[in-house]
Design a protein around this ligand. Structure first.
Ligand code: NOJ
Length: 910
C-alpha cells in the first residue's frame, strides 16, 4: 500500500513539475470557510464596545463586550502598549480567567527582546467625550486612541487637524470567533479534495479592517509574484472572482507571475505611502493562514470618498490579535520601526555577497572540479558552489553519496584553497528508515511533529516516507543545531554552509502539498496555528547550529525558502521555483523590493529561471539585473540544459562575465549597505520612493530600483530591446555608470540599452566605493585598493560611506571595524571616522583612484594632507574595473593619492 501511495505521489509530483501550476490543488477563498465568512461580513457588523478601560502594568487595558450580548460571547481582553519611536502594539485575546478550552497560540521568538527597552510605561490616559474615547501619548508627534463604542483603535497626529495615520476596525468588520467545546452531534470537520481537517476546537478565526490615511498605495505582505504597489482585490472595478492576497507558506510549482496566490513565505506587514511623502505601517504577528483584501475606493458606500485613504481587510484562521501600528512618517522610519520589533538583517559574511553557482545537481566531485576550474579559465569570479539533494545518500541529509562524493572534505578544501565555499542542502523531512541515524534518534527522542492521533506524522517528500522535526520546541531546535557540528556532520568542513529548502513544510501527499492543519506540535499547538512560522524555526535552528559549530566565531550562512517575520536575523532567502521567462525576470524586482521593504533584504531570485531553458539573451539580461540582487545565485532544475555562463558562445560569456564583474567591483558598496541594513533595517534594494518620498511618479514604478541611496538601476525585461525608458527622480542629475554621461533628474529619458549592459546611474551628490581589480573570488580581493567614485551635485558636493570588517567573524560586534564617511565640498575630499571611538580595525588598503564625475577639466594635481604630497590628475574616459567606456564624457581621476582607507586625510584639488 505504502509503495503504491509513494508511486502515486511521485507520479503526481512529476506531473506537477512538468506542467504548470495546478490551481485546483490549492484552496481559493471561497473554498476556505473562514475567508468566505469574513469576506461576506458587512461593514458595521461588529457590535463590540470597549469597557472597563484602565492602566495595568504600563499598558492601557479594556474589555471588549458585545453591546447586546444575545450571542452569549465571552468578553475579550484588549491591551495597548506603546514603544518609543512611534510604535503602538495592540493585543486582543480571550480572557484566560474565563477558562477558554485552551490558550490560543501566541507566536514566540519573533519580537526581539530589546523592544522591551523601548517600552513607554503608560501611567495615565486622557478621556474624550465626543465620541467617548481613551487617549494615550505615543510620541511628540502622535497619540493612540481607543474609541469605545463601537470599539476602534487608531493612531493620529497630536497637532494641527490631528490627522489619522492608521486605524483598526473603523469599518466595524472586526470579528473574533471564540474557541469551542465540541458537543455531541457537532460536525466541525472541513474537507478539501481528499483531505479532512478534524478542527477539534471549531472555528477560531479573526478578522478586521485596517485603514491607512493619506495614502496613494499600499505595499508589502510578501510573498506573492505580483506588482510592488498592491492592486485592489475587492470592490468597484475589481472582478467578482478576484482572490485576496493569501499568506500561507506553500511549495508551489511553476508559480504564476501576476497572482495574489501565496508562495513560500508570509510576512503580514503592510506599508502605505502617499502624496504627502508620508508612510505608515501595520504588522500582525500571527502564524496561521492569513488572507488580506485591499479594498477598492468606494467599496463601502457608507463611508464616503474624498479622503486619500486605503482600506484593507485582514483575516486569519487562528491565533490572537497581536498587531503593531507604525506611525512613520518617513518610509525609512517605518522600516526602522518594524526592524525594532522583528530585528534587523544579520550581517552576512563577505563571501555570501558575491556570486553563487548552483544547479540541481552538480553530479559528482569531478563535475564540481570542472565547474570550478571553468570559472577560472573564463576569468569569471564566483564565491560559492552549491550541492542539491542528489549529493546525499538517498536524500538522507547530513550524508554523502559515497560513489559520487567519496571525498567531500578534500573537495571542500580544494575550493577553500581559492577562498571559495560550498553549500549543501538540508531539508526538514527526515527519511523514515530505521537504519538512518537521524531518524532513529529523532524517533527515540520523540522529536517529530505528531499527526492528529498523536503518532509521528508520516508524509511523502523527496526521500519517500518522511517525518518532520518539530522545530517549535527550543529543546529540539538546540538538538537540531548540534547536528551541524563537524563531528556529527561527517564530511563537513568549516567552509561548508547550508541551504534549507522545502521548509513550508512541503509534504507531497498533504493537503495543498503541506502538513495537515490538525497535526500537533509540542504543547498541543495545532499546526494550523504555527504553519507559517514552521520554516522560520527550522531556519533559526540551522543558523544557530552553524554558530555553535563555529564556537560563536563564524557568521552563519543559511539560505531558506520559507519566510516569516524575523527571518532576516537568520540568513538569506530566495524566491523559489521561478521560470525561464521574461515575465519572471520582470516580477523578480517587485518581489525583491517587497521583501526588502518588509525586513528581508538578503534575497534574490534564481538567475535564469529555475524551470525551463532561457534563451541566451534572457540569461544575459538576467545576469545583468541579478548582479544587483542582494543575493546573487544562478540555479536550475535538473531537467534543464546546463547553463553555466560559458556555454553560450564567446560573446555571451563576455556579457555575463561583465555583469558578474560589475557586482564584484561594487562589493565594497554592497557590503556597506548590508551593514546599514544590519544597523537600521533600511534595505539594500529600495523602491525609488524610499529615496524620493515626495515624487509621485515613483510610487508605482517597480521596474527600476535603487541600490542604496546612490545607484538607480533599470532592468531590461523584454526580448530584443535595445532601448529603455528610464525615469530619473529628483532635482539633481544622474551619471551613467557606463560612461559618465549626465542626465537631468525629474524626467523620463529614452536611453540606449545595448546588449552590453542595462541602464544604471549614480546619483549626483553621492560617493560610491569600489574595488576595480579582477579576481577569482571576494576573498582574493581582500587587500586590493579601493576606487572612490564621486558624483558631484549642482553645488559640487557629494558624500558617501565605506564599512569594512574582517568579513567573517562576529568581532565587528565588539568594534573591530572601519567606518568612514567621505565628504567632498569646496574642492576638498575629506575622509572622516564615523565609527565610535572604541571601534578599532586597521587596514593597509589604499585608495588608489578617485574619480570625479561632474568636475570640470583644468586642474592637474591634488594636494594630499597630512602626507603633504601631490597626486596626479588625469582626464580620460570612465573606467569600471577593466572596462573603459568607449563613448561618453571625459572624467577627472586623481591617481594614486596614496591614502589609507583607515585614516583621516584630505585631498584638495589644486
Ligand atoms: C525545490 C527548490 O525550490 C529547488 O531550488 C531545488 O533545486 C529543489 N527543491 C530540489 O532540492
Amino acid at each position: 500500500m505504502r509503495s503504491l501511495l509513494f508511486t502515486l505521489s511521485l507520479l503526481c509530483f512529476a506531473s506537477q513539475t512538468s506542467l504548470s501550476w495546478k490551481k485546483e490543488e490549492f484552496r481559493s477563498c471561497d473554498q476556505t470557510p473562514f475567508c468566505k465568512r469574513a469576506r461576506s461580513r458587512s461593514p458595521g457588523a461588529c457590535s463590540l464596545i470597549a469597557t472597563d478601560v484602565t492602566i495595568a502594568d504600563g499598558d492601557l487595558v479594556a474589555k471588549l463586550t458585545p453591546k447586546d450580548n444575545d450571542d452569549q460571547i465571552n468578553p475579550l481582553v484588549l491591551s495597548l502598549s506603546v514603544y518609543g519611536d512611534g510604535i503602538v502594539r495592540l493585543r486582543i485575546d480571550e480572557d484566560h480567567s474565563l477558562n477558554p478550552p485552551k490558550k490560543r497560540f501566541r507566536v514566540p521568538d519573533v519580537v526581539v527582546p530589546e523592544l522591551e527597552e523601548k517600552k513607554i510605561r503608560l501611567e495615565k490616559f486622557a478621556t474624550e467625550n465626543d465620541p467617548p474615547s481613551s487617549v494615550v501619548y505615543v510620541s511628540d508627534g502622535y497619540e493612540a486612541v481607543v474609541r469605545h463604542e463601537p470599539f476602534e483603535v487608531y493612531v493620529r497626529e497630536r497637532s494641527g487637524d490631528r490627522r489619522r495615520v492608521v486605524s483598526l476596525n473603523s469599518h466595524g468588520l472586526f470579528d473574533f470567533e471564540q474557541l469551542g467545546k465540541k458537543g455531541e452531534g457537532d460536525d466541525w470537520e472541513e474537507k478539501f479534495r481528499t483531505h479532512t481537517d478534524s478542527r477539534p476546537f471549531g472555528s477560531q478565526s479573526i478578522s478586521f479592517d485596517v485603514s491607512f490615511y493619506e495614502s496613494s498605495f499600499v505595499y508589502g505582505i510578501p510573498e506573492h509574484a505580483t506588482s510592488f504597489a498592491l492592486k485592489p482585490t475587492k470592490g468597484p472595478g475589481v472582478e467578482e472572482s478576484a482572490e485576496p492576497y493569501r499568506l500561507f507558506n506553500l511549495d508551489v510549482f511553476e508559480y504564476e507571475h501576476e497572482s495574489p496566490f501565496g508562495l513560500y513565505g508570509s510576512i503580514p506587514f503592510m506599508v502605505s505611502h502617499g502624496g504627502t511623502g508620508k508612510s505608515s505601517g501595520f504588522f500582525w504577528l500571527n502564524a496561521a493562514e492569513m488572507q488580506i483584501d485591499v479594498l477598492a475606493e468606494g467599496w463601502d458606500a457608507e463611508s464616503g470618498g474624498g479622503e486619500s485613504r486605503i482600506d484593507t481587510l485582514w483575516m486569519s484562521e487562528a491565533g490572537i490579535v497581536d498587531t503593531f501600528f507604525f506611525a512613520g512618517p518617513e518610509p525609512k522610519d517605518v522600516v526602522r520601526q518594524y526592524a525594532s520589533v522583528t530585528g534587523t538583517s544579520a550581517m552576512p559574511q563577505l563571501f555570501a555577497t558575491g556570486y553563487h553557482q548552483c544547479r540541481w545537481n552538480y553530479k559528482d566531485e569531478e563535475d564540481v572540479a570542472q565547474v570550478d576550474s571553468k570559472f577560472d579559465e573564463h576569468d569569471i569570479p564566483y564565491d560559492v558552489l552549491w550541492l542539491d539533494i542528489e549529493h546525499t545518500d538517498g536524500k538522507r541529509y547530513f550524508t554523502w553519496d559515497s560513489a559520487l562524493f567519496p571525498n567531500p572534505e578534500e573537495m571542500q578544501k580544494k575550493l577553500d584553497a581559492k577562498g571559495r565555499r560550498m553549500v549543501t542542502i538540508v531539508d526538514p523531512h527526515i527519511k523514515r528508515d530505521d537504519s538512518y541515524f537521524l531518524h532513529k534518534e529523532a524517533t527515540e527522542m520523540g522529536y517529530y511533529v505528531k499527526d492528529s492521533s498523536g503518532k509521528d506524522f508520516d508524509g511523502w517528500c523527496w526521500p519517500g516516507s518522511s517525518s518532520y522535526i518539530d522545530m517549535l520546541s527550543p529543546e529540539i531546535r538546540e538538538w537540531w543545531g548540534g547536528r551541524f557540528s563537524y563531528k556529527n556532520y561527517v564530511g563537513s568542513t568549516p567552509s561548508l554552509y547550508i541551504w534549507n529548502d522545502m521548509n513550508e513544510p512541503s509534504v507531497f501527499n498533504g493537503p495543498e502539498v503541506t502538513m495537515p492543519r490538525d497535526a500537533l506540535h509540542v504543547g498541543g499547538v495545532e499546526h494550523r496555528e504555527v504553519h507559517n512560522a514552521y520554516g522560520y524555526y527550522f531556519h533559526m535552528a540551522t543558523s544557530d547550529g552553524l554558530v555553535m559549530r563555529g564556537e560563536g566565531k563564524d557568521r552563519p550562512f543559511v539560505l531558506s525558502r520559507a519566510i516569516f517575520p524575523g527571518t532576516q536575523r537568520y540568513g538569506a532567502i530566495w524566491t523559489g521555483d521561478n521560470t525561464a521567462e521574461w515575465e519572471h525576470l520582470r516580477v523578480s524586482i517587485p518581489m525583491l523590493l517587497t521583501l526588502g521593504l518588509t525586513g528581508i533584504t538578503f534575497s534574490g531570485a534564481d538567475i535564469g529561471g529555475f524551470f525551463g531553458n532561457p534563451e541566451p539573451e534572457l540569461l544575459v539580461r538576467w545576469y545583468q539585473v541579478g548582479a544587483y540582487y542582494p543575493f546573487f545565485r544562478g540555479h536550475a532544475h535538473h531537467d534543464t540544459k546546463r547553463r553555466e555562463p560559458w556555454l553560450f558562445g564567446e560573446r555571451n560569456t563576455e556579457l555575463m562575465r561583465d555583469a558578474i564583474h560589475t557586482r564584484y567591483t561594487l562589493l565594497p558598496y554592497f557590503y556597506t549597505l548590508f551593514r546599514e541594513a544590519n544597523v537600521t533595517g533600511v534595505p539594500v534594494l529600495r523602491p525609488l520612493w524610499m529615496e524620493f518620498p515626495q515624487d509621485e511618479a515613483t510610487f508605482s514604478n517597480d521596474e527600476a530600483f535603487m541600490v542604496g541611496n546612490g545607484l538607480l538601476v533599470q532592468g531590461v525585461y523584454t526580448k530584443g530591446t535595445t532601448h529603455a525608458s528610464v525615469y530619473l527622480p529628483g532635482k539633481e542629475s544622474w551619471y551613467d555608470l557606463r560612461n559618465g554621461k549626465t542626465y537631468v533628474g525629474g524626467k523620463t529619458h529614452k536611453m540606449d540599452a545595448p546588449e552590453e549592459s542595462i541602464p544604471a546611474f549614480q546619483r549626483a551628490g553621492t560617493i560610491i566605493p569600489r574595488k576595480d581589480r579582477f579576481r577569482r573570488s571576494s576573498f582574493q580581493m581582500d587587500n586590493d585598493p579601493y576606487t572612490l567614485v564621486i558624483a558631484l551635485n549642482s553645488s559640487q558636493e557629494a558624500d558617501g560611506e565605506l564599512y569594512i570588517d574582517d568579513g567573517k567573524s562576529f568581532e565587528f560586534k565588539r568594534g573591530a571595524y572601519i567606518h568612514r564617511r567621505f565628504v567632498f565640498s569646496n574642492g576638498v575630499l575629506t575622509s572622516k571616522n564615523v565609527a565610535p571611538p572604541e571601534a578599532s580595525l586597521s587596514s593597509q588598503c589604499l585608495i588608489d583612484r578617485i574619480i570625479l564625475l561632474g568636475h570640470s577639466s583644468g586642474p592637474n594635481s591634488a594636494l594630499v594632507e597630512p602626507l603633504n604630497q601631490k597626486a596626479e590628475i588625469e582626464m580620460g574616459p570612465l573606467r569600471m574595473g577593466g572596462l573603459v567606456a568607449s563613448s561618453g564624457t571625459n572624467v577627472l581621476t586623481i591617481r594614486k593619492p596614496g591614502v589609507r582607507v583607515d585614516q583621516d586625510w584630505t585631498i584638495k584639488i589644486l
